[in-house]
Design a protein around this ligand. Structure first.
Ligand code: AP5
Length: 214
């Protein structure tokens, strides 16, 4: 199955993707994670993406589509979660073309719905491990030992630059203007599903699995 998780920033797409990987053995493609890794390694891609990401803006479509084309060249294509791509109609059209060229198609597009006041609480409280990218929340999902990553033991749990108030506002606007139109796009394609993203992580995961019948 090729599955898209989309929705506003902070809706829990990365958190639910991690559960689909650990519980259902799916593989995960997150354009946000790929861009952050490229930035950390100071590659040309990372340098191109940095100013957009830090400000909360979308990275231009041509750069993002090129990145996903490369990933699909390398990756085995069974049971893939696309997290954060596509997030514009141009990217959605490009994804269709990439998949069709391999005899594949997107099976489901799941919109994770969370109200804006909750998004702000989730984003401002998020902390990520700078070493292994594990995600925490100061209140909802703290590490077992304060300040120490459960996964790799690093003590460098940081706030993403784009989780600061100014960048969050820019991301919410980019989402509304560019990504929300994908709701209609995927409804028309007949593969749209919606999941309520409010509640405990495991509760949301239960809803997601029921919606997908997995
Ligand atoms: P990306 O990393 O994809 O960011 P995003 O879409 O804004 O999504 P987030 O990572 O902020 O949130 P999430 O939904 O994954 O939530 P999470 O699970 O972490 O992209 C970053 C940037 O890269 C973009 O702004 C853009 O610049 C660029 N980019 C990426 N893809 C692009 C593309 N296709 N085109 C152009 N540019 C692109 O959860 C958030 C917090 O909430 C965490 O602290 C978590 O612990 C907590 N939480 C999760 N679930 C729950 C729950 N059920 N209850 C309480 N807390 C919860």
């Amino acid at each position: 199955m090729i599955l898209l998780l989309f929705g506003p920033p902070g809706a829990g797409k990365g958190t639910q993707s991690a559960l689909l990987v650990s519980e259902k053995g799916m593989s995960h493609i997150s354009t946000g994670e790929l861009f952050r890794a490229a930035m950390k390694n100071q590659t040309d891609l990372g340098k191109k993406a940095k100013s957009y990401m830090d400000a909360g803006k979308l990275v231009p479509d041509d750069v993002t589509i090129g990145l996903v084309e490369e990933v699909f060249e390398k990756k085995s294509q069974e049971d893939v979660i696309l997290d954060g791509f596509p997030r514009t109609v141009t990217q959605a059209d490009a994804l269709k073309t990439i998949l069709e060229s391999k005899g594949l198609k997107l099976d489901k597009a799941v919109f994770v719905q969370v109200p804006q006041d909750e998004l702000l609480v989730r984003l401002t409280g998020r902390r990520v491990c700078s070493q292994c990218t594990a995600t925490y929340h100061v209140k909802f999902q703290p590490p077992k030992k304060p300040g120490v990553c459960d996964q790799c033991g690093s003590t460098d749990l940081i706030q993403r630059k784009d989780d600061q108030e100014d960048a969050i506002q820019v991301r919410l606007k980019a989402y509304q203007d560019s990504t929300f139109p994908l709701v209609e796009y995927y409804k028309k394609a007949g593969i749209y599903l919606e999941v309520n993203g409010l509640g405990a992580t495991e509760e949301v995961f239960g809803r997601l699995c029921s919606a997908l019948d997995i």
